[in-house]
Design a protein around this ligand. Structure first.
Ligand code: ATR
Length: 334
């Protein structure tokens, strides 16, 4: 099939190379030719992104003649950039800060996951065939689609809870949680935590009205969850940073330390994975909390996105190895 590799590769060898620091050399990827298809992540900023390393390793392991690139897209040009992806028939997109909420207005169709979580982090470009069926756009090789659309998905929600379970060993049902941030990622996290039956959820956001809107939605949908806008008194089982504060060197802590101390949190999770230890996580670690960064969340949302685009099972171990190598470097791949 056009768009797929003609060079079968050995996934085990690829995994070995990634784990033993040789990296993914070009010999594992299909050569770029006229059939090569592109996936991209749009963000602003985007240079911190480890998604290209992770996705290109996954793409190579699946034997696809695709490449995954990162594009710096300013929020005011997001609509045009999504239209451009349709025009140029990209396979699909990932969306990161600050596009996940904005994109809801710019895609043409929603998967159930977007209806559930209200934000888009994955887009599949699709074409409509003569029978009216929507198919991934790369399947149109000898025929032309009569229409092209961008379908939005959300793969963050499941990735958040999977990573919290695996990386912090936390039991969410019945937990008290402080969530910092009510943008695209924060909103999805809040709704997913409520769906997991946390007992109490405290929401804090720079723009108070956004936290209030998320709280109102949770009160409507999850009456069993006690939700409050503001900082908790006493201990919480988990504190999550879902803001973008910490991405840039010199960023302050993402909360008001006159109103809350990380010593109140048994476990602390930062959705940011680069730097691998933000001041937020370093402070939490120094105070004795168990910590994890957003690497696991990035892995699982990305693996699911690759499955949505390709229809194949994502090679998780290979994608994880690529990610760890990219974020921690060759000498500290734990
Ligand atoms: P994403 O889609 O990745 O969640 P986003 O929707 O732009 O990106 O959300 C970014 C989050 O970081 C928001 O909670 C934002 O707060 P506002 O809703 O008030 O914009 C938060 N954030 C960004 N910069 C911040 C800053 N300097 N101080 C505090 N919070 C900040």
């Amino acid at each position: 099939m056009d768009g797929c590799s003609r060079h079968p590769i050995n996934p085990f060898e690829l995994w070995l190379r990634l784990n033993y620091n040789h990296g993914v050399s070009e010999e594992f990827a299909s050569p770029i030719d006229a059939s090569t298809r592109i996936c991209a992540v749009y963000g602003f900023p985007i240079r911190h992104s480890a998604s290209p390393a992770m996705q290109n390793a996954g793409i190579a392991a699946l034997g696809l003649n695709w490449r995954y690139i990162a594009c710096e897209v300013a929020p005011e040009t997001l609509r045009a950039a999504i239209e451009g992806a349709k025009t140029m028939r990209l396979v699909g997109l990932n969306l990161t800060v600050p596009h996940k909420l904005l994109a809801v207005d710019f895609v043409d169709a929603f998967d159930e996951s977007v209806k559930n979580w209200g934000a888009v982090n994955t887009v599949r470009i699709e074409g409509r065939d003569k029978s009216g069926t929507w198919l991934p756009i790369y399947e149109f090789t000898d025929t032309q689609p009569d229409k092209i659309r961008a379908q939005g998905f959300n793969t963050d929600a499941d990735a958040i809870t999977r990573s919290l379970h695996e990386d912090l060993g936390i039991q969410l049902a019945g937990a008290r949680v402080l969530l910092l941030g009510a943008g695209g990622a924060g909103r999805v996290a809040a709704l997913k935590l409520a769906a997991e039956n946390v007992a109490e959820l405290f929401l804090v956001n720079r723009t108070h009205s956004k936290a209030s809107a998320v709280a109102a939605e949770i009160r409507r949908r999850h009456m069993n969850v006690k939700i409050q806008v503001g900082y908790p008194r006493g201990e919480v089982d988990l504190c999550i940073n879902a803001t973008s504060v910490g991405l840039a060197a010199g960023d302050p802590l993402p909360f008001d330390n006159r109103q809350f101390s990380l010593r109140q949190a048994l476990t602390v999770y930062d959705m940011i994975y680069r730097p691998a230890e933000t001041p937020f996580l370093a402070t939490a670690k120094a105070g004795g909390s168990r910590i994890a960064n957003g690497l696991g969340m990035l892995l699982y949302q990305g693996a699911k996105a690759l499955e949505i685009w390709s229809g194949k099972t994502a090679p998780i171990a290979i994608m994880r190895a690529a990610l760890v190598k990219n974020v921690y470097g060759a000498d500290d791949s734990k």
